[in-house]
Design a protein around this ligand. Structure first.
Ligand SMILES: C[S@@+](CC[C@H](N)C(=O)[O-])C[C@H]1O[C@@H](n2cnc3c(N)ncnc32)[C@H](O)[C@@H]1O
Length: 278
């Protein structure tokens, strides 16, 4: 696990004492039967990768594999997506072209973006995939409360068991800054495999240009892979995965939205070794 960060020493106590409503957190924690729901959501075939279990994210010991991570995620995230979390997430949803029949949200977490997708496209089949059954249990709870039917599944974003060419749109929000670059590239290749020809991929995350210039920012929050994410270039990664019409736009300086399409005439993606990924 990582060394003590500024987050541990300063921000975590500030969040716990002033910014998080402890009573609300306790209520949410008690409203979910974690053991039952996680058991139902869990896929016994899944093996957690080392890059996921060996690090803390956001200062929560044990990463995302506990109820505390799932319950505190939304109350904390509202403060890290200025100027307004819903506005930022909706910018991704609004970038979707046409009316997709099937939408997949990879690394969906507690499902905040997934719920917005289902609200925007009520007649679409929407699926959320995440590695943490706790995050999925929280997402499921939120969807039930909102009366939305969404298919929640535990899975690896870089190696889902879904059929090739089965999705019209794949979305990925706030996942890539939490992945080693070689895994982020595999996720893009998997998204390419899952999309129908002409299908669209949309990625919302931290602005790589801004983060690259502000290394001090990266040391504040406990984000083990954000430095390598900041040095990368999503447009280049999308190009490598054979996407076309690739473009990344800044959103409020600190966020970016990347989008691209799978070509109508599909080129075979090269095996992993060709990219130095295995
Ligand atoms: C920062 S959260 C983002 C959650 C959500 N997409 C959002 O916008 O709030 C990152 C999520 O990615 C999940 N995750 C990390 N690595 C993953 C992987 N390889 N496959 C699937 N999910 C993963 C984590 O469990 C966590 O829920």
């Amino acid at each position: 696990m990582s060394q003590e960060t500024l987050w541990d020493r300063f921000l975590k106590p500030v969040f716990s004492t002033f910014l998080l409503n402890q009573e609300e957190l306790k209520k949410t924690q008690a409203a979910i039967d974690w053991e039952r729901d996680c058991q139902k959501l869990q896929d016994p075939a899944i093996k957690y990768p080392d890059y996921y279990t060996s690090k803390n994210f956001h200062g929560i010991t044990g990463g995302y594999l506990n109820a505390s991570a799932a319950v505190t995620y939304d109350p904390i995230t509202q403060y890290v997506l200025p100027p307004n979390e819903t506005w930022v997430r909706k910018a991704l949803v609004d970038s979707i072209g046409g009316y997709p029949k099937k939408i997949l949200d990879l690394g969906c977490g507690t499902g905040t973006t997934t719920l917005l997708l289902k609200k925007a496209f009520p007649n679409s089949q929407v699926m959320g995939i995440d590695l943490s059954p706790y995050m999925l249990a929280m997402a499921q709870y939120k969807a039930k409360k909102a009366g939305l039917v969404i298919d929640w599944r535990q899975g690896l974003a870089e190696k889902t068991t879904l059929a090739a060419s089965s999705m019209d749109v794949v979305t990925i929000s706030l996942l890539f800054h939490e992945l080693p670059t070689n895994i982020a590239k595999l996720v893009l290749m998997e998204a390419y495999r899952l999309l129908v020809p002409g299908g669209q991929i949309l990625i919302l995350d931290g602005n790589q240009k801004t983060l690259h210039k502000s290394e001090w920012l990266n040391t504040i929050f406990e984000e083990p892979y954000i430095q390598e994410y900041a040095k990368g270039n999503l447009d280049a990664w999308l190009g490598l995965a054979k996407f076309e019409a690739v473009r990344t736009e800044d959103l409020w300086v600190i966020h970016q939205i990347s989008q691209a399409r799978k070509p109508l005439t599909v080129t075979e993606v090269l095996p992993n070794w060709a990219y130095g990924l295995t």
